[in-house]
Design a protein around this ligand. Sequence first.
Ligand SMILES: *Cc1c(COP(=O)(O)O)cnc(C)c1O
Length: 380
Amino acid sequence: MTSTVNIPQDLLPEDGRFGSGPSKIRADQVAALERGGTKLLGTSHRQTPIKQLVASIREGLGEFFRLPEGYEIALGNGGASAFWDMACACLISRRAAFGTYGSFSAKFAKSAQSAPFLEDPVIYESEPGTWRLPEFTEDVDAYAWAHNETSTGVAAPVQRIAGSLEQDALVLVDGTSAAGALPVDVSQTDAYYFSPQKAFGSDGGLWIAVLSPRAIERAQAVEHSAKLEGARRWVPPFLSLSAALDNARKDQTLNTPAVATLIMLENQVRWLNDNGGMDWATARCAKSASLLYSWAERSEYAKPFVADVNARSHAVVTIDVNESVSAKQVIAVLRDNGIVDTAGYRKLGRNQLRIGVFPSVEPSDVAALTRCIDYVVEHL
Ligand SMILES: *Cc1c(COP(=O)(O)O)cnc(C)c1O
């Protein structure tokens, strides 16, 4: 079906990118690529200019996350998906417990399930649209869940599981679509890891992790034991967290990174800190999200997918629409009008819109989006 609805120009947002990742990249980040030009692009990541870029990212993120004593920022290639395998290889000693409530939280659990040198994980599952933290479990050495379940628009709490410190278990939290958009106290975690193509509005391909001293020690011990005669575990060099950290400490990565991604990330971290850091960024996302949730609650054809108000994400907003309206059609018409990536998560399969309201997105554009959706539904 071809679109017949033309949204009037004065209703349109200034920027039509509302993806949940990849997400909007600000014009100044792209301009930073130009400014970096031949001084940065196409030059060695082992030399000072790129190392300074990485140093600025690590310092800036340390400031943004108010890095607790002894915590360190590591980074490497492969995105959050690579970090899951890295955590299986280097952070889970024997067995982990997972909270799963959607596609992303379940993927890490599946990685652990298929690692031949780990015991089967203990999984605490709940329905899409809700969250569930792993419960205290005997005989586990790590607890894992996602801060923001990007597939459903659910935000879960980030707090240590009672009793986990006493049993020396680590807390590994996937902050991929939460970091930079939702408030977090990283001292409640041992690894808070993410990719930069969500709230940090950069390109994909990197993982970044805020690591506690306990996580760093754990990786060293696990990787050491894997080298012993007769060990069942293989830590591929690419998945060595200790090697990644050694490189990060020298403001480098184990292997060649995409320099353009680093430039855009550095620009975004500086922009966030210059505007007021985590407090500013999270308030801005909360404002954008509340514009959408309150619009949906007033709407006759739309409603927030997540029933529990406190679990509604301020980073990725999911809105169900009535059967009388085809979300697929609305999304297609929006796209024809330059408003892109508003589709729900494919595998969730609902009649739903999903809107990324990361810090780069202007709240005024979110307000404009609600008016555009109303216009499209009225004119279909
Ligand atoms: C996007 C996303 C990932 C995957 O990130 P990649 O960079 O593609 O590996 C993992 N977890 C969550 C919560 C995400 O939103």
